[in-house]
Design a protein around this ligand. Sequence first.
Ligand SMILES: CC(C)(COP(=O)(O)OP(=O)(O)OC[C@H]1O[C@@H](n2cnc3c(N)ncnc32)[C@H](O)[C@@H]1OP(=O)(O)O)[C@@H](O)C(=O)NCCC(=O)NCCS
Length: 416
Amino acid sequence: MTTLHPTTHDVRALREDELRGAHALFGAALLHGPVSDEQWERARGLYAPGRAFGVHDGPAEGAALIGTAMSFPVEVAVPGGAVLPTAAVTRVGVRADRTRRGVLSALMRHQLGEAAAAGDVLASLRATEGRIYGRFGYGVATRGRSVRVRRTGGSGWRAGAPVGGAVRLLAADEALATLGALHERIGLGRAGGMTRTAPWWRLGLGALLAERTLVLAAVHTGPDGDDGYLVATVDDSRGWDDRVLELRDLHAASAEASAALWRFALDVDLVSAVQARQRPLDEPLDLLLADPRDCAVTDVHDETWLRIVDVPAALGARRFGGAGPVLLAVHDAVLGANGGVYRIAGGEVQRVGELGGAATPDLECDAAGLAMAYLGDRSPSELVAAGWWRAWSPDAVARADAAFATGRLPWCGTNF
Ligand SMILES: CC(C)(COP(=O)(O)OP(=O)(O)OC[C@H]1O[C@@H](n2cnc3c(N)ncnc32)[C@H](O)[C@@H]1OP(=O)(O)O)[C@@H](O)C(=O)NCCC(=O)NCCS
């Protein structure tokens, strides 16, 4: 089971006038350069009141900030379609000369406690490194892949691949409002999808529009109206025969809209390839192309690191399949109130006992292991086989697989 760094540091909510300093500390921890006034203007809206925390270099008034973390409130879709209040955790950094002294551990403990008190059921983050957050109960709950699609004469589209609808380019000044409204309508169509706030858009797309020479924003219209969009940029430092379209964002409500948007991207003149990161693992690009080898999967990576802040609420909100009962013991080293034995049967979840009590569990996991199965990315049997879950009753593994099965891989597609 997880053990946490013993060092304690005082953590407190940062005042409004301390936020820019916190943002600069985070930027430096990520090895970015100084934050310009213009960048801060775009970033500041993401800081929600009372949700940015700091650790200072000692108790004295005016002591320097040495570590920070914040979150902004969003909602995340879970299997069955419910959307749960979620802390989108970001801007995490510790000053380079104060690392490995427990500063992050203190921030994480404090932040999770505050998230629970604020009613967040989940917390979600994107990690710079894979070894940082597991100890705090975060697990990889959605994954994405990087793809590069080569353009070999025309778009290389397979005859018979879905086609239809119309794609229109947006002017820069209409992109923010149009895409924001469209994502709100279609962005939570699968488990893992996350709402985007206006400050997120100002930072995500606003920064692209301000800093890149060319940004293509396009909307697909299908039989029922606008049903998908893409945002792409081009690196124009390369020669005419080597221009790559970087697909930054693509959300679609249907397979047809998704195919049409990919086809549009591949048909842009003077583009030799289209590449994208953080695409769903099940996006069927190779099936759409005349030559499936034109699509190379260049990487598979973790996307959502999920922390279940309120286990009873999260289990209660998610749809479970299967009929047979599963008794699952959940351990939580940080938020002890989540610990207990949960009975999942006939789609219902009930907490039936304390850890070590009379209810004998079939299966056992910690918060990170639960997060990995929660949205449907990993099955209980995979997690048992890898030692993330323990099975006391081998028969229960198949029942747990049936209970947690979702039929479609989760995916988010929103970076922050
Ligand atoms: C990642 C970071 C925030 C960790 O902060 P920190 O204050 O050093 O973390 P802690 O001292 O609380 O570490 C807690 C434990 O995690 C381990 N740990 C922390 N960061 C780690 C890393 N990057 N790789 C491996 N282990 C790490 C520590 O060794 C420690 O283990 P221990 O309890 O067995 O001693 C800090 O190194 C940092 O700012 N990195 C650069 C910016 C960044 O990547 N931020 C994260 C954005 S998602």
